[in-house]
Ligand binder design. Structure first.
Ligand code: E4P
Length: 217
């Protein structure tokens, strides 16, 4: 499973990228707001660091303006992936940009039918939102599984990008189901390393190494 990081924080992106943990980045207007920076400048800065797809989201909801924004975002760097909402206007923009060779990530997906439509419109990525469904007491992972089954039934190439990931366990479950990509906040990726037995085992080894006077270099 590919890892994307869901943030506009350039330092956090750089740190994970240096460790070869990143296959791409996703941003959205809320993350841009949190960064306090300009979307065009931030997207360019991220694209300068990361080789994989960097999703930058349009803000218009009408077709003409959304297309204009999508085309403009696509000029920032060759690895920009234009993010559009799962509306008919978004799908129209998706079809045009995809036909022109721009990668498109269709976001705010909450049903398997929506994911089918996005694939038909040529989306490179579909972003089903796990956490926001879980928040409503609806099993977000079931949606990932349904989309996986449907896409596999028809050999659909659109990549399933599990989004709105809140916990390290979500990462494991998305990988078990076979999501192509998961995008998570930096903290969740950092949390994936945690296990109490690793920590207690290490504490013991450090103690014993001290008692034994082990010196290696
Ligand atoms: C990513 O593409 C999404 O915009 C993001 O994962 C949404 O996450 P949230 O539901 O935690 O805001």
């Amino acid at each position: 499973m590919k890892f994307f990081v869901d943030t506009a924080d350039i330092d956090a992106i750089r740190e994970l990228n240096d460790l070869n943990m990143l296959d791409g980045v996703t941003t959205n207007p809320s993350l841009i707001l949190k960064s306090g920076r300009d979307i065009l400048e931030t997207t360019k800065a991220i694209c300068d660091v990361v080789e994989g797809p960097v999703s930058a989201e349009v803000v218009a909801i009408d077709f003409d303006q959304m297309l204009k924004e999508g085309k403009h975002l696509a000029t920032i760097a060759p690895n920009v992936c234009v993010k559009v909402p799962l509306t008919w206007e978004g799908l129209r923009v998706c079809k045009i940009l995809s036909d022109e060779g721009t990668k498109v990530n269709v976001t705010l997906c909450f049903s398997a039918n929506q994911a089918l439509l996005a694939a038909k419109a040529g989306a490179s990525f579909i972003s089903p939102f796990i956490g926001r469904l879980d928040d409503m007491n609806i099993d977000g992972m079931e949606l990932i599984q349904d989309i996986r089954t449907i896409y596999d039934n028809y050999d659909i190439k659109t990549e399933i990008l599990a989004a709105s990931i809140r916990t390290a366990n979500h990462m494991k479950e998305a990988a078990l189901i076979g999501a192509d990509v998961a995008t998570a906040p930096p903290k969740v990726i950092h949390d994936m390393i945690k296990h109490p037995l690793t920590q207690s085992g290490l504490d013991q080894f450090v103690k014993d190494a001290g008692e034994a006077g082990i010196k290696i270099a």
